[in-house]
Ligand binder design. Structure first.
Ligand code: FAD
Length: 381
């Protein structure tokens, strides 16, 4: 078996790992990225045309982190020439008096992030396709929008490679050895030795770090694409991202492949290797019916759907930071169905931690050892 040395090794190049590889390479660090599938594959959590870039949150930490991510997305766009972040706005509605919406509006006030409260008829006149139900109140957030998710992953990796990062795709890590001074990562042909190891394995994280007993739950989620009849009112310039707090359904404008709609409610528990990718007609029909209610006359045809996975922590906060048993291993996992918007910032934070052991970003609540069930022993995948 070959051996290879590197300063930092990134295990898993989905949303988070691709961003880490880019920021490491940008900082001039000798970095290797390993991905079990081709870069940009559709078997993890980061594929497809869109992820909501939501700056409205129930907690100011997340609103501040989303704001902090914006300059890094713009930097990646300027490095690559790609357009990745579409700040076309997001409209969120809930029944009048909804504590959930009031809580989020209070956070926007606290952080000083702009928003407008709108009646359903205000929404209709501003976004002709959209009809939130009567009796609801809507909050329009202009700094929100969406990211072209698949392109973000591919761009992070391409820009990392331009800056000297080494990529091994279609290469599965079969073991991690933490017994020596430096972490070692084993693939079928090579044993890699590194100063720091970043584990960003998404829904595979609990398996890769099996001895840590991470309290992660993987759920099967589905998204569906419908192509609307009158395309003019459904494009990103006339339709923002929209979320309905009463149903937990949300959707995107027609940005490549049709209007995408999904249910943020948790799907059935699964594992990354056994997830059922057959589309569920009942969920598709419920989303179709919702679409007809909020966009009457859409004349939309079902185009396609895909399966994706959420990797949930018990509190829906992320896991970012050192492995409890080995400070040379950094964990980035448990993004709980809302991590993508932060991915480039997470890559920057992981680079800070890998190179200096510290970051100025507020990640204390994401500590990996905050759950009692964790084991502090080393790991074997
Ligand atoms: C349907 C759906 C909708 C979502 N909507 C939003 C949204 O609107 N906004 C938002 O911010 N977030 C959203 N999310 C969440 C977001 O997409 C995820 O939080 C994020 O993509 C997680 O990225 P990741 O890097 O942790 O995982 P992944 O992207 O899955 O990356 C993990 C990578 O590790 C690789 N890997 C694993 N094990 C190994 C191994 N042994 N060897 C080599 N490689 C390995 C995998 O192949 C994979 O590429 C959504 C998620 C889903 C499923």
């Amino acid at each position: 078996m070959n051996t290879q040395e590197t300063d930092v090794l990134v295990l898993g190049l989905g949303g988070m790992g691709s961003a880490a590889l880019y920021h490491l390479a940008r900082a001039g660090v000798d970095a290797v990225g390993i991905e079990q599938f081709p870069v940009g594959h559709d078997r993890g959590s980061s594929h497809g045309h869109s992820r909501a870039f939501r700056t409205i949150y129930e907690d100011p930490v997340y609103t501040r982190l989303a704001e902090a991510a914006i300059p890094f997305w713009r930097e990646l766009e300027s490095d690559s020439g790609e357009t990745l972040l579409f700040q076309k706005g997001m409209v969120t509605w809930a029944n009048e008096g909804s504590p959930k919406l009031q809580e989020r509006v209070a956070v926007m006030d606290d952080v000083g992030s702009p928003y407008e409260l709108l009646t359903p008829s205000d929404v209709r006149s501003r976004f002709p396709a959209l009809r939130p139900p009567d009796g609801t109140v809507a909050c329009f957030v202009p700094r929100s929008g969406f990211l072209d998710a698949g392109l973000c992953v591919r761009t992070h990796v391409a820009e990392a490679r331009k800056r000297g990062a080494t990529l091994f795709d279609e290469t599965k890590v079969s073991g991690i050895d933490l017994d020596g001074d430096r972490p070692e990562v084993i693939t079928p042909e090579t044993r890699f030795r590194c100063d720091r190891l970043i584990v960003s394995a998404g829904p595979w994280a609990a398996h890769v770090l099996s001895d840590l007993n991470l309290p992660l739950r993987v759920t099967r989620q589905q998204k569906f694409y419908f192509r609307p009849g009158n395309s003019a009112d459904f494009g990103p310039d006339r339709l923002p991202v929209y979320t309905d707090h009463e149903t937990e359904f949300y959707g995107f404008p027609n940005y490549g492949g049709g209007i995408k709609v999904a249910d943020d409610g948790l799907g059935g528990e699964t594992t990354a290797d056994t997830v059922d990718r057959t589309l569920d007609g009942t969920t598709r029909d419920r989303l179709r019916q919702w679409l007809d209610e909020i966009m009457p006359g859409n004349d939309a045809e079902f185009v396609s759907g895909t399966t994706c996975m959420y990797t949930m922590t018990p509190d829906r906060d992320f896991l970012i930071g050192p492995h409890p048993g080995n400070p040379n291993v950094l964990v980035a996992a448990g993004f709980s169905g809302h991590g993508f918007k932060f991915s480039t910032l997470v890559g920057k934070i992981l680079t800070d931690l890998a190179t200096t052991g510290h970051t100025d970003y507020p990640i204390e609540r994401f500590r990996v050892d905050r759950f009692e069930t964790l084991s502090s022993e080393g790991t074997d995948p």
